[in-house]
Design a protein around this ligand. Structure first.
Ligand code: ZN
Length: 184
């Protein structure tokens, strides 16, 4: 419990100046907290998994270069342990690559991730799709939203089969938002 609060606090510090892409300018920390909540709602209670979910975007979104990644990795390792660090690394895109390549790699690499990383991938996509519905980025067209949905589904395809409730949650959110967009 204390370790989980520590992870929330650490993520809050790292993301303190960031907001989500949506028009609502929601504080970024809401996202990893919701991702962790989705996992808890689906009866996941492994402490390492929940900590990694809370920290899942700190490397990708709060570092600017290899040196910072290395420094932050050492902090995560000493504060939260090796499993948490490795899981966070697994779900972090390489920002040196172009966006399209990163997206392609997520589809290709997800089937080989650890179980913890796969569960975080699904919960992450669930929350991102919910945000597309409730707080979409201002300039996103319907087509772009549908393309995001389509890509998410392909990533999740390689991650499913570990937690039925989580899989069903994704399918339900996907269908819900897909239907809503199609009816516009
Ligand atoms: Zn995320």
């Amino acid at each position: 419990m204390n370790k989980i609060i520590e992870a929330v606090s650490f993520a809050a510090d790292r993301h303190k100046n960031q907001t989500r892409k949506g028009i609502g300018k929601i504080p970024y920390i809401n996202h990893p907290v919701k991702v962790a909540q989705i996992l808890v709602d689906c009866h996941e209670n492994d402490t390492e998994l929940i900590m990694a979910a809370l920290l899942h975007d700190v490397i990708e979104d709060t570092t600017r270069n290899e040196e910072e990644i290395k420094g932050l990795s050492n902090v995560i390792l000493s504060k939260f342990g090796e499993i948490v660090l490795l899981t966070v690394m697994e779900v972090s895109d390489n920002k040196n690559l172009p966006v399209d390549e990163r997206k392609r790699l997520q589809i290709v690499n997800t089937p080989d991730l650890s179980d913890r990383a796969k569960k975080i991938k699904i919960a992450d996509k669930i929350n991102n799709i919910i945000d597309i519905k409730n707080d979409p980025p201002e300039n996103w067209t319907k087509e772009r939203k549908l393309a995001y949905l389509d890509w998410s589904k392909k990533v999740v395809e390689g991650a499913r089969g570990l937690n039925k409730k989580l899989d069903q949650y994704f399918d339900q959110v996907y269908q819900d938002v897909y239907n809503q967009l199609k009816s516009l």
